[in-house]
Design a protein around this ligand. Structure first.
Ligand code: BGC
Length: 243
């Protein structure tokens, strides 16, 4: 059985709604239950914009309505191939972008940096080192991050009243970024991951990813190709590698 996250709201809808109204200081449904999609309601209960799913209530998710995540896509070129950081999720064992939930009041760039530092870089590092990575990565995402996707995610936990939405941004790292961050690009899996690796961005690998992550990575690759004026082949090889 999966543990309920610490930030989860009460399970009973009216109590959850009252707790949230108190925390946000508003009672307006669209602000109480914000969404990147067109918000829909049944009475005062949020309704999955892409439902029905056949599941009532909030299920495994922590909040009614949209549950917001942020997904950092971190690419690098290695030996003529395009690679990205991927984690193996502990909950369903699928390989995925190392994303996570946006904490209350957090900026998306902060979530992107925090999740990356926690899930892929930091487990064995000192708290000061992790903090410094979070700050530097947060700035990098703000300055150089390219928005790839914002919206609904076809997640296995979605119900009629609770569903996942995400904001995904990509970064293309080069050795200068590594120097700036004091990071040699080695990876260590954090607590929510059973494994982490630089994954070749090939069609085979993408087909096996969690939820709609293949589609998100596919969009990111298209944006990157246009921006960097290169082509990524189906096996992950870059057809116009620059040294
Ligand atoms: C993950 C994100 C993912 C979202 C929707 C979250 O648990 O951390 O990477 O996009 O779920 O599946």
């Amino acid at each position: 059985m999966l543990a309920r996250p610490s930030w989860a709201e009460p399970v009973e809808f009216d109590t959850a709604r009252a707790v949230r109204a108190e925390a946000c200081g508003v009672d307006d449904l669209t602000r109480l239950f914000p969404s990147y999609e067109t918000p829909a309601f049944e009475g005062d209960r949020p309704r999955n914009p892409r439902g029905p799913t056949g599941l009532k209530g909030r299920g495994l998710l922590g909040r009614y309505g949209a549950n917001f995540a942020a997904d950092p896509l971190v690419f690098r070129r290695d030996r003529g191939r395009l690679e990205m950081i991927a984690i193996q999720r502990r909950d369903n064992q699928r390989w995925a972008i190392p994303g996570g939930m946006v904490d209350h009041g957090e900026q998306v760039s902060e979530t992107l940096a925090r999740e990356l530092a926690e899930e892929a870089l930091g487990k064995d590092a000192s708290p000061a080192q992790v903090k410094s990575w979070e700050e530097k990565l947060g700035r990098l995402f703000q300055q150089e991050g390219v928005e790839v996707y914002r919206g609904y995610v076809d997640d296995f936990r979605n119900t009629d009243e609770a569903w996942m939405e995400t904001s995904a941004f990509y970064l293309l790292l080069n050795p200068a970024h590594g120097n700036e961050l004091g990071w040699d690009f080695s990876l260590i899996a954090g607590d929510d991951a059973t494994d982490v690796r630089w994954m070749t961005v090939s069609r085979n690998e993408l087909e096996r990813l969690h939820a709609n992550h293949a589609e998100i990575v596919g969009r990111a690759v298209q944006l990157l190709e246009a921006k960097q004026d290169l082509r990524v082949l189906s096996d992950g090889e870059i057809s116009d590698p620059t040294p």
